[in-house]
Ligand binder design. Structure first.
Ligand code: FAD
Ligand code: DHB
Length: 394
């Protein structure tokens, strides 16, 4: 039975765990990273697509920015569309800031490649991952290739996403959960067709939300609002394109279709825990908080947590504990601002179900708010500041 000793044991090789491991490696701090899916599954998972400027800077600072430099698409702003009119909000003009379109899959690919190249201790395809003695001498156990491992560590980091084991290992009376459900979901597709737009379009239509994003000059990513109870089988490709044509229509513009290579329905929720620390366990990313996808904050929040925790661990090993003691409060303070932005943008752009008594009022109120946001410089500046990413001290 192999017995390992390390400084930081990380659970989960999503973007948060891979980035934290890489950041610790760069700082010369030992870690072990354990993931329960196989490497190909991790590399194939399609999710978010927009990087805040700070997230790009993090990748550059850690020496894994070559991919985003070569293939990322820098966008100056977004389009907001309602009542059949499309309005550009120019972040660069308003604030001198931009976002970069670069898929989460590409970020994960670059990090996996960096870990592979450096031969860091990343265990994919592990079973029975469990954490122990979180308020004493913490350890992590798992099974890999028929062997049962025990890892003794100074700290355990739960980077294991919403369904992971780490948050669930915290006693119920030590952690409170705050959450909000939404009466809609997104159906997302990837299509092999050049984007029909230069920058992302977020549209509110009488039939519901639609969005046009992209992954490259030849691959488009599009979303439509659907009922969370819908089965993907009830959305054949032709129905999806019909909905997209209708909801994204403006005079003089057309949407190009291409073969759909991936489609799935994504549930939506807002979720935040009361603390990101329990004893020697720290939570980062989706393990501690979830946002609805409107505004593209999930991946960026995970990267922000990791930047803070990594700096705190480096300071700890240099003899200063102030940052580590403050980590949960600092990260949650930023997270709650991100939560209100994601909630605001989701409520702004989605159509409430017709059965919702307040729905008809809300819809007109949303149109009023969109009219305000697209015409007030102050409102556009606020949107720009939040969409391109809040600084930690904001
Ligand atoms: P994850 O990416 O969830 O990574 C957690 C890792 O831990 C995974 O590799 C998982 O396999 C592993 N793991 C889980 N349990 C265990 C265990 N017991 N032992 C070991 N390993 C374990 N955000 C946006 O901004 N825009 C989007 O369009 C968008 N689309 C999304 C679509 C989907 C289907 C989902 C689920 C999320 C989406 N998000 C989106 C959110 C964004 O992708 C997440 O915020 C981001 O992945 C968070 O990264 P993470 O590393 O914290 O968690
Ligand atoms: C994408 C996802 C988002 O949630 C968003 O707000 C913008 C873009 C995307 O997958 O490209």
């Amino acid at each position: 039975m192999p017995h390992l000793t390390t400084r930081v044991a990380i659970v989960g090789a999503g973007p948060a765990g891979l980035l934290l491991g890489w950041s610790l490696h760069q700082a010369g701090i030992d870690f072990v990273l354990v993931e329960n899916r196989d490497r190909e599954y991790v590399l194939g998972r399609i999710r978010a697509g927009v990087l805040e400027q700070g997230s790009v800077e993090t990748l550059e600072r850690l020496g894994v920015g070559a991919g985003v430099h070569a293939n990322g698409m820098v966008h100056n702003g977004i389009y907001l569309q309602y009542s059949g009119e499309r309005h550009h909000v120019d972040f660069n003009e308003l604030l001198g800031r931009t976002v970069t379109i670069y898929g989460q899959q590409a970020v994960v690919h670059d990090l996996v490649e960096a870990h592979d190249g450096a031969g860091t201790p990343v265990f994919y395809d592990a079973n029975d991952v469990a954490v122990h003695e979180l308020t004493g001498s913490p350890s992590l156990t798992f099974e890999h290739d028929g062997q049962h491992y025990t890892v003794n560590a100074d700290f355990i980091v739960g980077a294991d996403g919403f369904h992971g084991v780490c948050r669930q290992s915290v006693p119920a009376d030590a952690l409170q959960v705050f959450e909000r459900e939404y009466p809609f979901a997104w159906l997302g597709i990837l299509a092999d067709v050049a984007p029909s737009t230069d920058e992302l379009i977020y549209a509110l239509h009488d039939d519901g939300f639609a969005m046009h994003s992209m992954r490259s000059h030849t691959v488009s990513r599009l979303y439509v609002q659907v009922d969370p109870a819908d089965d993907i089988a009830s959305w054949p490709d032709a129905r999806i394109w019909d909905a997209l044509h209708t909801r994204l229509a403006v005079p003089g513009w057309s949407l190009d279709e291409g073969p759909i290579t991936e489609k799935s329905i994504l549930p939506m929720r807002s979720f935040v825990v009361s603390t990101l620390q329990y004893g020697s366990l720290f939570l980062v990313g989706d393990a501690g908080h979830i946002v609805p996808p409107t505004g593209a904050k999930g991946l960026n929040s995970a990267m922000s947590d990791v930047t803070q925790l990594s700096a705190a661990l480096v300071a700890h090993y240099a003899g200063a504990d102030v940052l580590l003691e403050a980590y949960s409060d600092t990260a949650l303070s930023r997270q709650w601002k991100v939560q209100q932005f994601s909630q605001w943008m989701t409520d702004l752009l989605h159509k409430r179900p017709a059965t919702d008594a307040a729905g008809a009022f809300d819809y007109r109120s949303q149109l009023g708010r969109l009219d305000y946001v697209t015409h007030s410089t102050e409102a556009k500046r606020s949107l720009a500041e939040q969409y391109t990413g809040l600084r930690l001290d904001a």
